[in-house]
Design a protein. Structure first.
Length: 331
């Protein structure tokens, strides 16, 4: 009911809506309307009560409430169900639990804070309250398990496109799935999969975007490596609107990949890449080597030409852009 009241107030943004009108439209008492409005105020909605005129919605909170995301969402199915909690250990863990319980394809888990955010290669991911967009998407793709990496590349393109729509932001993708701004890490993506031989049950794509994390929030050694979106943004943005945009891009790219194949997504990925053409250092599970990043193949694997001319496919590990070729410090 509260959401329907909010919806009515949103539709009348800029003009007051009387309690009587709300109670008539929703078939509830005026006292019930008043009680719901009080709760909306405690949730951070700025609603002015104007005597004899009604309620006026002045401002919405910068929260990742499902209704705030839904207010901007243009998707058909992705993000149509959102699980929100103020604090979780890791949104990926929550998403995996919900996926194991049979949640719908396209479910999104979002939190204001993560107490035990997870990064790649068993690293942690700092996720302070309200200073980022920490979320996970459950997908049940018709791809083979060995193609799951495509979901990560697709997610990276969806995020890069959305953050670059904020004026002043020129973010790039570092293979396979880091998004860098001014050479420093803005976004990390951690994809986890549950599969059987030849069949993906689900993938959970966990995405962390630093929006207002401050240097002092990080341990000293990470300060030069990380960046937040507000450092480059030349116009205000809300996290909920940005998230809705990302989900819209993801759905579009996912449907393209499903119906037309992956080539158009790889082309988009190449446009945002800061890895291709660069000298890189590859730390693979079994060896470390240097070379030139040539391209990505049809599976999204990085092709690196070593000094002896041999071309290696990078399947797993870390790739850093070598100092001579990078403008600022991130590896
Ligand atoms: C990386 O190491 O670059 C990947 C970081 C992924 C962080 C995100 S935040 C939301 C989701 N939940 C997690 O615990 N991790 C991912």
């Amino acid at each position: 009911m509260r959401q329907r009241i909010l919806q009515l107030l949103r539709q009348h943004r800029g003009e007051p809506l009387s309690g009587e009108e709300i109670s008539r439209q929703l078939n509830i008492s005026r006292t019930a309307v008043w009680k719901h409005v009080q709760i909306l105020k405690t949730e951070g909605y700025a609603i002015r009560s104007l005597p004899k005129k009604g309620y006026l919605l002045l401002d919405v909170p910068d929260k990742l409430y499902p209704q705030e995301i839904a207010a901007h969402l243009k998707t058909k199915w992705l993000g149509r169900k959102i699980y929100y909690e103020e604090k979780v250990d890791s949104s990926n863990n929550v998403a995996k639990r919900l996926a194991n319980e049979g949640c719908p394809d396209g479910l999104v888990v979002v939190a204001e804070e993560q107490g035990a955010g997870k990064g790649r290669l068993r690293r942690g991911w700092l996720s302070p309250y309200g200073k980022g967009i920490w979320f996970s998407v459950v997908l049940k793709p018709p791809f083979l398990p060995q193609e799951a990496a495509k979901c990560t590349l697709l997610a990276a393109v969806a995020v890069a496109k959305a953050v670059n729509s904020v004026k002043g932001v020129d973010a790039k993708i570092k293979w396979p799935n880091d998004i860098l701004l001014k050479g420093r890490k803005l976004v990390g993506i951690l994809t986890e999969m549950n599969a059987e031989f030849g069949h993906i049950n689900y993938v959970v794509i966990g995405i962390g975007i630093n929006t207002t994390v401050q240097p002092e929030d990080y341990p000293e050694e990470l300060r030069p490596l990380a960046v937040s979106l507000h450092e480059a943004a030349q116009e205000p943005f809300t996290r909920a609107e940005l998230l809705a945009k990302i989900l819209g891009n993801m759905e579009e790219l996912y449907e393209t990949a499903t119906w037309e194949g992956f080539a158009p997504i790889l082309d988009e990925w190449r446009k945002y890449s800061c890895t291709l053409g660069q000298q890189v250092k590859v730390i693979a599970p079994d060896s470390t080597y240097f070379g030139t990043a040539l391209d990505i193949d049809a599976e999204g694997l990085l092709l690196v030409r070593k000094a002896d001319g041999q071309v290696e496919k990078v399947v797993a590990g870390d790739v850093s852009i070598r100092p001579a070729a990078r403008p600022e410090a991130y590896s």
